[in-house]
Design a protein around this ligand. Structure first.
Ligand code: ADP
Ligand code: MG
Length: 305
């Protein structure tokens, strides 16, 4: 990344890792003379996304720079789609990071993540990260992870060793990260995900709503996006507007197979008895809902290997 503080902030908000060498992509603010000079010595083969104003327009036109590589501002909204289009798609490999989001609140994200974590930790080593800042995930996993503020204090320095110290071992094979009372900033969330990937086989993220900037940043680091919704017209409309098209749609408290235009990947039945039994024991959910969680955990375990 070659440019000023605003560009740096956007890159971090997008979950990009800033490196001095070996980058996959250069983002260059052409309005910044120092950045322009530095970009001249980058390898000619390195793909570039540039930020340009009206003053740079004649130059871009003269060189016939591909418009899909030119952003008119430094903010994450302007450069995000260009960065995504310019970075080569990686070949499909094992799923390592799974993010669980939703189009509405209270739809069962945390319950799903807690139950997947308990199941998957029997086969793989798992880090479960609570990006909500509520502490609800830790409650379900019967542990007390350190607050995000302690991780924030480490900033860019957050290493796998730090994470190993600051995470809480909830069960054998299950590490939990992120305690209340606040959610992490996107750069710390991304740093925690990267560090967790060094420590464990699979990283599960209990994420905010799909409209949240923190979800957008974390989803860039994820291999698999699960989006929960209810079977109602409002969820269908929100889903169409905001959910990533390749996410797995998980329907909560329903058995429907479609929601609006979208095919349902898995439906989770309503099972109040199983949920209240689990609440009382602060343990995994059984019953019909538990069987649906077993099924999803099985699919993810296969996906992760
Ligand atoms: N399939 C279900 N059957 C019965 N109750 C459910 C089901 N899914 C969620 N709930 C209820 O909804 C509550 C909120 O779920 P939660 O996972 O905290 O939602 P979110 O994390 O999306 O805000 C749960 O504590 C539980 O009481
Ligand atoms: Mg929640």
């Amino acid at each position: 990344m070659l440019g000023g503080g605003e560009l740096r902030e956007s890159a971090l908000a997008l979950g990009l890792e800033l490196v001095d060498a070996g980058a996959e992509l250069a983002i260059v603010d052409l309005r910044d003379a120092a950045a322009l000079r530095a970009a001249a010595s980058l390898p000619a083969t390195l793909p570039r996304v540039v930020v340009a104003g009206e003053a740079e327009r004649p130059l871009l036109d003269a060189l016939a720079v591909e418009p899909s590589r030119v952003a008119s501002a430094c903010d994450a909204r302007a450069i995000g789609p260009l960065v995504a289009a310019a970075t080569p798609a990686r070949p499909r490999s094992a799923t390592r990071v799974v993010i669980v989001s939703a189009v509405r609140g209270g739809v069962g994200r945390t319950l799903l993540v807690a139950n997947l974590a308990r199941r998957l930790a029997q086969r793989l080593s798992v880090t479960a990260i609570d990006l909500s800042g509520t502490g609800a995930l830790a409650w379900w996993l019967a542990c007390e992870p350190r607050p995000w503020s302690e991780l924030e204090a480490l900033g860019d320095e957050l290493s796998p060793d730090h994470l190993a110290l600051l995470a809480t071992q909830a069960l054998p094979g299950l590490r939990v990260v992120g305690g209340p009372p606040s959610a992490p900033t996107p750069p710390i969330a991304i740093a925690a995900i990267r560090a967790a990937l060094v420590l464990d086989d699979l990283v599960l993220l209990d994420a905010p709503l799909a409209t949240d900037a923190l979800f957008a940043a974390a989803a860039r680091a994820a291999d698999r996006v699960l989006v929960l919704a209810y079977e109602d017209a409002l969820s269908a409309a929100t889903l169409a507007a905001v959910a990533p098209p390749d996410g797995w749609l998980i329907l909560s408290q329903s058995r429907a197979v479609r929601l609006g235009e979208r095919e349902v990947f898995r439906a989770l039945p309503r099972d109040e008895a199983a949920v209240s039994a689990a609440l009382a024991r602060r343990d995994r959910v059984g019953g019909g809902l538990g069987r649906a969680y077993d099924d999803l955990a099985e699919i993810l375990a296969l996906d992760a290997s």
